[in-house]
Structures are given as C-alpha cells and as structure tokens.
Design a protein around this ligand. Structure first.
Ligand SMILES: *[C@@H]1O[C@H](CO)[C@@H](O)[C@H](O)[C@H]1NC(C)=O
Ligand SMILES: *[C@@H]1O[C@H](CO)[C@@H](O)[C@H](O)[C@H]1NC(C)=O
Ligand SMILES: CC(=O)N[C@H]1CO[C@H](CO)[C@@H](O)[C@@H]1O
Length: 319
C-alpha cells in the first residue's frame, strides 16, 4: 500500500516537472508585442526575448526610450511609439503590427505599460489624481488587448498581463490599486472567452520591484507637491513633520524591494514558451511569502499589519 502511494507520488512529481518544462520550439518565427518598453520590466523583456530569438515588436512611450532600446538590441527587433491612451496612436500602431506580422499573427501580447499615478492618503486627492492610472492601466490595457486580439487569435497565442500585488491588496491611497483590481476583475472572463480559440491568458503579479515606476524618490516628489498645496487644516491633522517621516519610511522600505527584474521576465518567458502556461505568476519573495498570503487573510489582520507600516497622524481628532 505504502509502496503504491510512493510510486503514485513520484509519478505525479515527474508529470508536474514535465508539465513545467516542456516548451514550444519554433521561437524564431514567433512575433511578440510588448508595451511599455522604455524602462523596467518591459525594457528588460524586450532585450531578453530579442536575444532568445523571438521577433520582438516593442512599443515605447518616449522617443528617447525608443532610441535607447534600438541601440541595445538586434536589427530583428521592431520598435515603435505608442501611447496606450491615445486612440490615434493605438490605431497607427495596430496597423503597423498587423502589416509586420502578416499571416503569422501575434504569438504573444505582453500588456506591461503602466503608471502608478500619485500614491498618497485618500483625503489629499482629487478624482483627477485617480483618472491617470485608471486611463493607462485599465482602459489603455483593455483597448490594446481588443485591438490585438484578432492577431493573437490567428496565432493561437498568449496574452500576458502585468498586474501587481497592488491588484490583490490596496496598500496606498490613489488610483493604482483600483486600476489593478479592475484588471484582475476581467481576467476570468477573457480567459474563458479565449479558451475555444486556443489562446492562453496569464496574469503576472510581481511583488515590490525597484523600477523606474516605483522609484521611491519620484513617488515622493509628487506626494510633496500635493502636501504643499494642502489646506492648513489637513496639514494640522497630519502634523507638520508628517511628510518628512513618510519619506523616511519610504526610504527604509525601498531597501526591501526586489532588484532583480529578471524574475519577472522569467515568468513572462514561461507564459510565452511553456506548453502549459500558468494562469497566475507571482515573482518576488515578498509576493510569495507575504503579500499573497496576506491577501487571503481576514481584514483585521491585514489592517493590523499594514497600519503598522504607516506614519502616525499627529492630530486626527482635529476635524
Ligand atoms: C480605443 O481605441 C479606439 C481607436 O481604435 C478609440 O476610438 C477609443 O476612443 C479608444 N478608447 C479608449 C478608452 O481609449
Ligand atoms: C488582461 O487584461 C485584459 C484587458 O483588461 C482583460 O480582459 C484580461 O482579463 C486580463 N487578463 C488577466 C489574466 O488579468
Ligand atoms: C488569475 C487571476 O487573476 N484570477 C482572478 C480573476 O479574478 C477573480 C475575481 O473576478 C479572482 O477571484 C481570480 O483569482
């Protein structure tokens, strides 16, 4: 009996290992389209997949990002400008991609472009502060997906969304988490709607990584600008030293951030090349050991742990 169980376990292990490892072979004639290639995950992904032999089409937001990427990649890589929130730009890019891939279609769509917007306490913000991250991270991503879908269906390819653990747990006020929660909310329907077409949909939820996007100093600049414009009342509730203290916290938390962006790119690669891509990837030790488990815990516990990370308010009763 014990022997039988042992043999079964070993078989399961082997099968699991096999499922994890078997990959597609003809990488060299597969096209992949990546958004947000100026910096961060998108930039590294474009360079990595170019080296691997994929035919990469890289969309950058800025001219300077595009020039820099071209200088570091092979002639096979095709770079173009794209602002995911600009309809004209999206139309033009879609046509370019269509002409470029021809009958082969698009094997991979990596929805990576994203912004954090302002991260600050909710009562400091206006609805406009929420709009930017939602326009880019949600509507931009949906519109890019809808435009590229016919090409992905043609290749029976893969769609990979870069979400965030911010899509599982809201750790700061601002439009970032709402935008990422919304992206996750679409996942199940897209995945099931595409199943019949042989298109796989995967979602990557990285922990906290140090990228251009999450540069703590930049995030803090925006916060300071808002702080300086706050009414004296609110400033008094938070206390004069609040902004300095929150900067200190930010700096110390920055030292815990993951530096190795290739962890995320490895997940993208698995999602692109495995015969059995996963629905969800969570790169980063912090995501696996802290954020994802925490997102399944009761709200009291989440509040307790997350509130401990925040700077205490000086006079919250003075309203
Ligand atoms: C999506 O793109 C189309 C252009 O193809 C445009 O008409 C539409 O306004 C865009 N929608 C959003 C929300 O950006
Ligand atoms: C990826 O984003 C698209 C557009 O919002 C959405 O339809 C899809 O469900 C998302 N997929 C995942 C796995 O989050
Ligand atoms: C893979 C993934 O992100 N799945 C999530 C899709 O969204 C639903 C909520 O609508 C979640 O419950 C899933 O975990």
């Amino acid at each position: 009996m014990l022997l039988l169980v042992g043999v079964l376990l070993i078989l399961c292990g082997l099968l699991w290992n096999y499922k994890r490892r078997v990959t597609i072979t003809d990488i060299n004639d597969k096209y992949i389209f990546i958004t947000g290639c100026d910096t961060g995950f998108g930039n590294l992904a474009a360079k990595t997949f170019d080296k691997r032999g994929f035919r990469v089409i890289a969309a950058c937001l800025t001219e300077s990002g595009l020039t820099a990427l071209k200088a570091e990649t092979s002639d096979r890589l095709h770079a173009m400008l794209l602002d995911v929130t600009d309809p004209q730009s999206l139309k033009r890019t879609t046509q370019l991609v269509k002409d470029h891939v021809g009958q082969k279609g698009l094997w991979g769509l990596i929805n990576n472009a994203g912004v954090t917007g302002v991260l600050a306490p909710t009562d400091w913000l206006t609805v406009e502060d929420y709009r930017e991250p939602i326009e880019v991270n949600l509507f931009g991503l949906i519109n890019v997906t809808l435009h590229m879908l016919p090409l992905v269906k043609k290749a029976q390819g893969r769609i990979i969304n870069v979400s965030s653990i911010g899509g599982r747990l809201a750790f700061s006020g601002g439009g970032y988490s709402p935008s990422k929660y919304a992206v996750e909310g679409f996942n199940d329907s897209l995945r099931r709607d595409m199943r019949a077409f042989g298109v796989h949909v995967s979602c990557i939820e990285p922990g906290l990584f140090r990228t251009g996007l999450s540069d703590p100093m930049k995030a803090n600049e925006k916060k300071c600008t808002i702080w300086n414009q706050l009414s004296p009342d609110i400033k008094q509730q938070y206390g004069e030293g609040y902004i300095e203290k929150s900067l200190e916290k930010l700096k110390s938390s920055a030292s815990f951030m993951n530096l190795d962006l290739s962890l995320v790119v490895q997940c993208m690669e698995h999602a692109l090349t495995s015969l059995f891509p996963k629905t969800r990837y969570t790169p980063g030790k912090d995501a696996q050991t802290f954020w994802i488990p925490l997102s399944h815990m009761p709200a009291v516990l989440q509040d307790f742990l997350l509130l401990r990370q925040k700077v205490q308010l000086a006079n919250p009763k003075m309203v």
